[in-house]
Design a protein around this ligand. Structure first.
Ligand code: DSN
Length: 418
């Protein structure tokens, strides 16, 4: 593990927090499905001298001098990203997923245009048009939902009817809490019927797509894919926009810079290049496949233990448990209980949740981070058993503390990468 000597000398308070976080990550289980552990190479690149460089513009077309090496890393990041996802064009500069989505909206839409996206409580994302986001002041968002939360089935006939009525200019596939595959071919055909762009926000499953453990929306002729780079893709924190068509690519580039962002965060662009290089290696496909195997195994163990899973299981890296139905406790209470035994996950709304987002009915958990740590099916059984035991013994503080010690001992067998 890194030592951070300079930081220790210069700022003991921040050094202590970094050391504490390192210990928390090492001694606990990370089941938040959007989190992961990066490699030492990605970590080193994030802390590199590229932090010191301004590089507004794109390779070969910059507004500042001294770009020899910045151009090299950005060009490599673009080339690797396009190869990884079968894209014609990549923009590797978005600072994060939310600004990447906003840059795509501005590249493809006019103010007042309509976007058809998944409802937040059915698995969609805040940036897909939740009323609390400012982007809803500019574009009009309408929603689709699951027709049946016990299976996760989406009613594509209903989606078509809504699309014909609302005439969206963009149909958004993608989610942050939906455990099933979407039917991209059907969504693309609906988009074509109404003259809309088909855009996939694949932030959660980018690593699965890269490793061919999930369908690639470009195979069904989607126009644009947007993603973060730090979830299942296991790169630095940041965003990425891909498209198939060069003209769209020009519009997206202009929208990212100068339309929406200033200088790229070049150390992160360089680290994205490193992560894309890692994802292009054959072992990354094994990793992606194992993420899904692990999630299915975790789901099966919870189902055996009597838990109610939204959609009844998973096709990807995540599961949603209805804690009220399963155990008679809220998602917030479950998150806190599992925190006490060293297992980190997040409370989450379930479809049309009657409870509030700060203490909803469900929890969301996923397997990208534990799979990076080398855990497989046997370990998934153990994790589910720790959690089910915590639920059963939740009134007994000493038993919960004993479980925490067991979880800690279990974790020490799986070192963090780097
Ligand atoms: N915060 C991310 C997640 O956990 O899914 C999405 O933005």
């Amino acid at each position: 593990m890194p030592i951070y000597d300079a930081l220790k000398q210069s700022d003991p308070a921040i050094h202590a927090a970094v050391a504490g976080e390192m210990q928390r990550q090492r001694e606990g289980v990370e089941l938040i499905p959007s989190e992961n552990y990066i490699s030492a190479a990605v970590m080193e690149t994030m802390g590199s001298v590229f932090n010191n460089k301004y590089s507004e513009g794109y390779p070969g077309r910059r507004y500042y001098g001294g770009q020899t090496y910045a151009d090299q890393v950005e060009s490599l990041a673009i080339e690797r990203a396009t190869r990884l996802f079968g894209a014609g064009h990549a923009n590797v500069q978005p600072h994060a997923g939310a600004p990447a989505n906003v840059a795509v909206y501005f590249a493809l839409l006019q103010p007042g245009d309509t976007v058809l996206g998944m409802d937040l409580s059915h698995g969609g994302h805040l940036t897909h048009g939740h009323p609390v986001t400012y982007i809803t002041r500019i574009f009009n968002f309408v929603r689709y939902k699951m027709k049946d939360a016990t299976t996760g089935a989406i009613d594509y006939d209903e989606m078509r009817a809504v699309a014909k009525r609302e005439k969206p200019k963009m149909i958004l596939a993608g989610f942050s809490a939906y455990p099933r595959e979407l039917d991209y071919a059907k969504m693309k055909s609906i988009a074509e019927e109404v003259g809309a762009y088909a855009v996939a926000d694949m932030a959660h499953i980018a690593g699965l797509i890269a490793g061919k453990a999930a369908r690639n929306p470009f195979d069904d002729n989607f126009d644009v894919m947007v993603t973060t780079t730090h979830k299942s893709l296991r790169g630095p924190r940041g965003g990425l926009i891909l498209c198939r068509d060069a003209d769209l690519g020009k519009r997206i580039d202009k929208s990212v810079f100068p339309g929406f962002q200033g200088g790229p965060i070049m150390q992160m662009v360089a680290a994205k290049a490193v992560a894309f290089g890692e994802a292009l290696r054959p072992e990354f496909a094994d990793y992606a496949r194992q993420i899904v195997i692990n999630a299915k195994r975790l789901a099966a163990r919870f189902l055996d233990g009597g838990a109610t899973l939204i959609t009844g299981g998973t096709d990807n890296h995540l599961l949603l448990i209805d804690c009220v139905q399963s155990w008679g406790i809220s998602g917030g209470e479950a998150e806190e209980l599992f925190d006490r035994i060293g297992i980190t996950l997040n409370k989450n709304v379930i479809a049309d949740d009657p409870r509030k987002p700060m203490d909803p009915s469900g929890i969301r958990l996923g397997t990208p981070a534990v799979t990076t740590r080398g855990m497989g099916e046997v370990e998934m059984d153990a994790l589910a058993d720790f959690m089910l035991a915590a639920v059963a013994k939740r009134g007994d503080a000493a038993a919960v503390e004993a479980l925490h010690r067991e979880v800690k001992a279990f974790c020490m067998k799986y070192p963090l990468p780097g």
